[in-house]
Design a protein around this ligand. Sequence first.
Ligand SMILES: *[C@@H]1O[C@H](CO)[C@@H](O)[C@H](O)[C@H]1NC(C)=O
Length: 632
Amino acid sequence: MGPVVVLLLLVGYASAEVAPSLGDVITSRDQTRLRELFRKTPIDSLTTAYYVSNGLRILGEQDNSKKQTCSYIQQHTPDSTSLDTIFYATSVDALFDCEVSYSSFEKSLKDSLNSERNVSELFYIVSSLTNIGSKVDQKLLSPSKLLDLAEQEESILSYGQAFLTASLLTDGDLTSLMDTVEDVAVQADESPTSLYFEGGIETTSTAITGIVRLGTRTGNRPTLSALQATLFGKYFLSIKYTETISEAFYVLQAVEALAHNKFFVPTGVTLVNRLPINIHNQKLEVHLTNILNEPVPPSDVKLVTIESSSGDKDTINKSFTSESDGITYSYLLFPQVGSPGGYKVILSTEPKTDSPIAQLVHVELPVIVSFSVVVESAEISIIERDQNVAVKTVPLQYPTTSQDNLSADQHSKVKMTFQLLNKQNKEKVNVHQTFVRLVSAHKEEIYFVATPTNIGIYTFELDLADAAKEFFNSQSGTYEMSLIVGGMSVENPFSWDIGSLNLKFPGTPQDETSEELEYRYKPRPEIQHLFRAPEKRPPTVVSFTFAILVMAPVVLLVPVWLLLGGNILNITVSGPWAIIFHIGLIGIFGLYYLFWVQLNMFQTLKYLIILGGVTFISGNRMLRQIAKYRSA
Ligand SMILES: *[C@@H]1O[C@H](CO)[C@@H](O)[C@H](O)[C@H]1NC(C)=O
């Protein structure tokens, strides 16, 4: 291989862009749901009129909202100072031609371009002018001014609106705006499976729509890779179940931009249905579509590998057949994959022509191969426990019910054996769910799991002595026996009534007493919160005596003073000062008490300075009066 060939291979490889599959699309069911959401929304504002009419337009149903939205905008003239309402009204009129004349707004809109405006206002003005058929050229608004403003505002929403606005300008150099696309795109936040901008659906939708429209306007591919476009697409798909019309509008606006452009159209491979593959449904059918579930240019869809749930990989590398609808690709999977079970199929797609769709690699889809199961060689025996010999054996034939009445007691075992086969190829198979059910005359159901001893060979053994208490509560009587077979890959799950068994257990059944039953189903007593009970107090006589003893000295104080010759009478000679002094003194004691119970030291000191001052001065005056009286 010469260097030229290597170079060609490299170039060829580099030109086919690789992206993951969207995995999901806005399916026709989603579209019906979203249409309903818009239709049932009452038009009660110009904003709603805008969201509803445009949402339905993208869903191909614009005529359904025409009458309603037109009549609303005919009756509600936007406020000439509110640029967004002018935008909403003129957009609806541009879509439907409601015969409302907005030409009177033209001059004021053009004038308003001269005053200081932010990007979102410029977006409303330029869009409104375009809606009413008035062109905006670079003399009215230059692309560089838009870019400068967006850079100042530093928000992704501003960039998105700047891109949208620029795409409406009739002339001017848009190169520098195109150059910022890459820087804007790298500011996206990443989740494990998607890309989005901080600010959510409005910001992300505005930015992606702006990028696509700017590219369409300039005719050049914006610097956004197929991988980025797909990851943004996955973000919009994650919001498709919204119940909010503004969000629904923003999702649709963005997916429309991603579905209809010349640069990057994310695609998704989806299963046409979830039916299992089997003899009746042999084809694996997938849809290859854009994000709006519409056809894309033909691709070569390949089945690369098939992986079984146990991890066995089969390399296939064969192409799907493309059906005439341009969307469906099918592959005859059966009987190539005949053995039942869950599989992972890996697909790849490669566009056949140069087109905006990417090459998808490693598209993983779950597939189930199902089969009809038949029961064969079934028989039931009663085994004598000690000698381990069958005392009676009854062959069973699915789906008939045996009329033999089998009896067993604690000295015997009941043993059933059967084989499960794939009806198609008669191979023995295991299935996920195999149960034996016994139903008593009282309709009590007891389930046992039948386990395979070898692939497809099942044995069910019931030792009555062991099982008596644990499962049967020693309840003797007739039990109806059935075999239940089902599972993920079983096409014909069934419950087969085998026949009846007469079981005899020693001992008497333990009836649940009515008390037990009542206890099980009765409401429990309400739980009341209990506060801790206060400790017991001493008898009132004790506390009363104690209080009197404590207070006694106070009562005794005055007579004792008199007895000791206290000169209380001096108060009269010192006049009012004595009274103030004593009030002050009592006040200080009161303060001392308060210091104990509530005041802190600083508060106490503050009051003490006042009280102390008064007490000091009055005490001083009082002593002087007394001295004067004595010396007189
Ligand atoms: C743009 O200006 C309008 C009107 O002054 C204001 O309501 C709006 O919040 C501004 N937008 C931004 C993004 O600053």
